[in-house]
Ligand binder design. Structure first.
Ligand SMILES: [Zn+2]
Length: 343
């Protein structure tokens, strides 16, 4: 991986980091949105920083460049969560501590990278504290995460934080148009649906998933307006029933309806997941929302990932969920409040 191969937003972040890295501290916490590509950025930066040529960018032929590409650099310790459990356990931290106690093989800086640092379990996090405070001479720890709140306060407080801004909307749309040859409107819509993750939006555009989602939104409106019945809808989407993505879309839909139904419209900018669906939402609100049922539906949807991972029959489960959806739209209204749905 070198600078030229980085995606546009990764290049911007790498350039910013290179300014930070003039004087290296001993522990950093890098925070970015999921899919941003923190691994790519740290790998590209290490290749440039540790390259033994004097080209100020990775030469690709020196020993250091080769080692980094093969993941065998003697001065780099890269810690990843176990593939199946997604947990970083204390045994891995013991290996890390052993590494930090050695001296540099090449006489320069040494780096410890912890990928998905939110996966450190409590024992591992505790065992890491001493190394975080005193990692040894010219040894730098870089923790990567997209969920900083999952890390213990003791870990967070021992690191310098580098919070990377999300991908700019224009940058994301431009890139999507370049790599998928879709229209500006399609690119914008895909990016909005994919929560501003250009990589996810690209995958959705290429797989046709975006079309499925857009059709699903229309069907949800029809379901709530009782134009389509819950059982038919479940059959229509049965091949997608096992993916949690569909449930995530429903959750966003319900949260948007809640905010529109309960809060004053002036409070809306930035609160809706999908402002582009306002017309669909308005049709439902005009027909009349039962906010009490909507609230119960929201709570049920929060349980979806857990339920689907358990022993439920997905098609049947969706059928029941759609029955609840179809019951939300009635003329009756519950008294308004000022609650905001938060997760
Ligand atoms: Zn090199």
């Amino acid at each position: 991986m070198n600078f030229e191969n980085c995606l546009p937003w990764q290049k911007s972040a790498l350039t910013e980091w290179q300014r930070h890295a003039d004087r290296l501290g001993h522990a950093y916490l890098w925070v970015a949105a999921p899919d941003f590509g923190l691994k790519v950025i740290v790998q590209a930066w290490l290749e440039g920083f540790l390259c033994q040529s004097s080209m100020h960018r990775p030469c690709g032929v020196c020993a250091s460049c080769h080692w980094l590409q093969a993941d065998t650099h003697p001065d780099v310790f890269w810690l990843r969560p176990e593939t199946n459990s997604r947990v970083i356990k204390i045994d891995s931290i013991r290996d890390l501590c052993n590494f930090s106690e050695k001296t540099s093989a090449l006489g320069g800086y040494r780096f410890i990278i912890i990928e998905a640092a939110e996966c450190l379990n409590a024992f591992a996090a505790n065992a890491l504290l001493k190394t975080l405070e005193e990692p040894g001479e010219k040894t730098v720890l870089i923790l990567l995460t997209h969920q900083p709140a999952q890390l213990t306060a003791t870990i967070r407080s021992r690191c310098q934080h580098w919070i990377i801004a999300p991908v700019g909307r224009k940058q994301g749309v431009d890139w999507l148009q370049q790599v998928t040859a879709v229209s500006l409107q399609q690119a914008s819509r895909a990016l909005a649906l994919a929560h501003n993750s250009p990589l996810k939006a690209k995958a959705w555009l290429e797989s046709g998933w975006l079309d499925v989602v857009e059709r699903f939104w229309r069907h949800l409106t029809e379901l709530m307006l009782k134009v389509i019945d819950p059982v038919s809808l479940a059959i229509l989407y049965k091949e997608h029933c096992t993916t949690p993505v569909l449930a995530e879309h429903m959750l966003q839909w319900v949260e948007d309806l809640w905010h529109l139904g309960v809060l004053n419209e002036q409070a809306l900018p930035g609160l809706l997941h999908h402002e582009e669906l306002l017309a669909e939402y308005q049709r439902i609100i005009v027909a009349g929302l039962d906010l009490e049922r909507l609230w119960r539906l929201w709570q049920r949807l929060l349980q979806t990932p857990l339920e689907l991972a358990g022993n439920v029959q997905p098609l049947l489960w969706y059928e029941n969920l759609f029955i609840d959806f179809s019951g939300v739209c009635v003329v009756r209204r519950m008294g308004s409040g000022s609650m905001v749905m938060g997760r």
